[in-house]
Design a protein around this ligand. Structure first.
Ligand code: DX5
Ligand code: ZN
Length: 241
């Protein structure tokens, strides 16, 4: 079963908490929380105080994706809040082993995210310590970007590498996931998909009554993604097309 992790980055800041609730009520498996510092990536979002407030609206697992230059500084707060998954970028961590140890010692599951230009082979030595690998299918920083199609080949390469050492972790794909791109990721070996625009993006702001219909739209979008994944599994589509 594919895990769907809606990213609340895709809504305007005033709706962050509503979005977390709508996603949780609409069948999301996790809530994906994109922390950006305006330095590692050219965008600034939210940090632990906002994530702590999100906890008030849902208790489904929190999946924090840290796009920050110094993740070690905020990991303790995220552990206190009780984030189940905390992922850091390989490119940001000079002492990745130490950072991963900090996450795991604090009781959370640890992930490492890779930018599109970073080869999966760089993870070889740290992989046994990891619970999840996040393969970025866009350059991190913003929701609503176009999925990079070469990601399928990269996911398949990573899956081969992981299989050889019988790694039990999860492969998550983040960026430009929608009903057209999800299937190829699943067939290539993904277990979890982040989705921002595909879950939250179809609202027509200003349209009469849009607020009432938004939660239902979110639910339908999550359902559509799950169906697309299931179809891909059953039909075994070619991930390179
Ligand atoms: C991008 C973030 C993503 C983003 C995904 O840097 O890491 O999680 O919100 O949004 P979509 O699914 O719209 O690409
Ligand atoms: Zn993300």
């Amino acid at each position: 079963m594919t895990l769907i992790a809606p990213s609340i980055l895709a809504v305007e800041n005033a709706s962050l908490f509503d979005a977390a609730k709508w996603a949780a009520d609409g069948g999301a498996d996790w809530i994906h929380l994109d922390v950006m510092d305006g330095h590692f990536v050219p965008n600034l979002t939210y940090g632990p105080p906002v994530i702590k407030l999100c906890r008030k609206v849902t208790d489904i697992p929190f999946d924090a994706h840290l796009m920050v230059t110094d993740p070690d500084d905020i990991i303790p707060e995220l552990l206190d809040i009780g984030c189940e998954y905390i992922s850091v970028h390989q490119e940001a961590c000079v002492h990745l082993h130490r950072t991963i140890s900090q996450i795991k010692d604090g009781g959370a599951k640890a992930g490492v995210a890779l930018n599109p230009a970073t080869p999966v082979e760089l993870l070889m030595d740290i992989l046994p310590m990891l619970d999840m690998v996040v393969i970025m299918a866009v350059n991190p920083g913003f929701a609503y970007q176009k999925h990079i199609p070469e990601t399928a080949e990269k996911v398949a390469r990573f899956s081969d590498m992981a299989r050889k050492i019988e790694w039990p972790g999860l492969v998550q794909i983040d960026g430009g996931i929608n009903v057209d791109t999800a299937g190829a990721m699943i067939v290539a070996g993904a277990d979890a998909l982040v989705a921002g625009g595909a879950v939250f993006g179809r609202r027509k702001e200003g349209q009469k009554g849009y607020k009432d219909s938004y939660p239902e739209q979110v639910r339908m979008n999550i359902y559509d993604l799950k169906v697309a994944c299931q179809v891909a599994i059953e039909e075994g589509i070619d991930p390179y097309k």
